[in-house]
Design a protein around this ligand. Structure first.
Ligand code: FE2
Length: 420
């Protein structure tokens, strides 16, 4: 299997020399993983002789005692700290401005984010805004952050977005009301401290939704357009590199971890083994997709969240099987590999197309086992909505460009109809 994919990249000929011949992998400087890893915050601060820490979190995590755990570690250092506890779901650029304002008066030499993707994204954007004295609105898009930011440590409390290792911050623009993202390699948190104990209080429904966001990241990272098919801007690089061998490594491990741990993490919240499996999977999937990319599932999901208010994980879970089926003609070998990773017995002995379909059905079973909706109608969509949803999906050009099979309006309409 691996040899086969290497052959694909070695197919480059001299005549392709002007096309892309290399790929990159980006990451922060430290990942500390494991139950009790929160202790590592102490050595990060002491080793770097940091003195002023701005913690970005929310009231729910304060009340759950998770912020107190971090404060206990901070108390063992000589640093002063202050808290911003007004993190929100889908943080807006105006909230980023409020955190940056607090930073201007406190002058932190370290940001610490505690929470799910929303709090981490808020802290990433605020660190960039504070460092460069620049409104977050001006940083939306790719490569608009002028340079490195004040260091940031992320402590995720959900296993989903992988934001602790990614280069994106999803924000709601206070100017337009639209959701957008800052994409910059400078946004990757310096340190990710992934402590599965911090995810134990995450409720079953959120655990399932976040788990399906993570598996969507891993599956899309494996299936997006190959790195050698993308054209690079020599000044800015690419927001996503396209599928490459290092991404495969992380994505494959993430899929098998989710297949064997998600159900138990949802059903037996305090199983530290399954929480650990999911926490590691989400981080690995974050490393995979933030390098290789995500594509149609995310493009189809964004209008769903905006119109019906369903979570990002639910939207992904509903549309992902139809997207995978659309990609079979271009990616049957990789889809057959995914079937094996998801636990389809003897997938490696089946014809690839058959194995690919068996893998997709296995994913649908996993979705049902954690009580996630399987149809768009379950989040309130009607057939009359499909055209409008498809037209909005087409606006996510950056994601569509990563599709290994070109998708037009008709294709997207068909995928949404199949998800009804
Ligand atoms: Fe996602």
């Amino acid at each position: 299997m691996v040899a086969e994919r290497w052959d694909e990249s070695e197919d480059l000929k001299l005549s392709d020399a002007l096309d892309r011949t290399d790929w990159s992998f980006y990451s922060g400087s430290q990942l500390t993983f494991g139950p009790g890893a929160i202790r590592a915050l102490q050595s990060v601060i002491n080793r770097r002789k940091l003195k002023r820490v701005l913690v970005v979190t929310d009231t729910v995590l304060s009340e759950a005692g998770i912020v107190a755990q971090a404060e206990n570690v901070l108390a063992k250092t000589s640093a002063d700290w202050t808290l911003f506890t007004e993190g929100e779901v889908e943080p807006s650029t105006s909230t980023v401005a409020r955190v940056a304002e607090l930073a201007n008066s406190f002058q932190p030499d370290l940001f610490v984010a505690i929470g799910g993707g929303s709090n981490m994204d808020l802290a990433k954007a605020a660190a960039a805004s504070f460092t460069h004295n620049m409104d977050a609105e001006r940083m939306l898009g790719f490569d608009q952050v002028p340079g490195p930011t004040t260091p940031l440590v992320c402590l995720p409390t959900t296993a989903g977005t992988g934001s602790e290792v990614t280069h994106s911050a999803v924000l709601k623009s206070a100017a337009t009301g639209q959701k957008g993202a800052i994409l910059s390699q400078y946004l990757r948190p310096d340190v990710a401290i992934v402590d599965p104990n911090l995810t134990i209080s995450c409720p079953p429904k959120v655990t399932a939704e976040c788990g399906f966001d993570a598996i969507t990241h891993a599956i899309e990272a494996l299936l997006v357009n190959r790195w050698s098919n993308l054209t690079e801007d020599q000044n800015h690089g690419l927001p996503y590199e396209g599928n490459h061998p290092l991404g495969d490594l992380f994505a494959e491990k993430a899929i098998s971890l989710i297949a064997s741990n998600l159900q138990r993490a949802v059903g037996a919240a305090e199983s530290i083994r399954s929480r650990s499996g999911m926490a590691l999977a989400a981080t690995l999937a974050g490393m995979a997709f933030s390098s290789c990319g995500v594509s149609l599932a995310h493009a189809l999901e964004y209008p769903l969240g905006a119109k019906y208010g369903c979570s990002h994980g639910i939207g992904n879970a509903i549309v992902l099987p139809a997207v995978m089926r659309f990609w079979i003609p271009e990616r049957e070998t990789q889809l057959a590999r995914i079937a094996t990773l998801l636990g389809v017995v003897r997938a490696d002995t089946m014809p690839p197309r058959e194995a690919a379909e068996a893998g997709i059905q296995m994913l649908e079973k996993l979705r049902a086992s954690v009580q996630l909706p399987s149809k768009l109608s379950e989040v309130g969509a009607t057939h009359a909505d499909i055209q409008g949803l498809a037209e909005n999906s087409l606006k996510a050009k950056r994601l569509l460009d990563l599709s290994p099979r070109k998708a037009n309006l008709e294709d997207i309409t068909a995928m949404l109809s199949a998800s009804m």
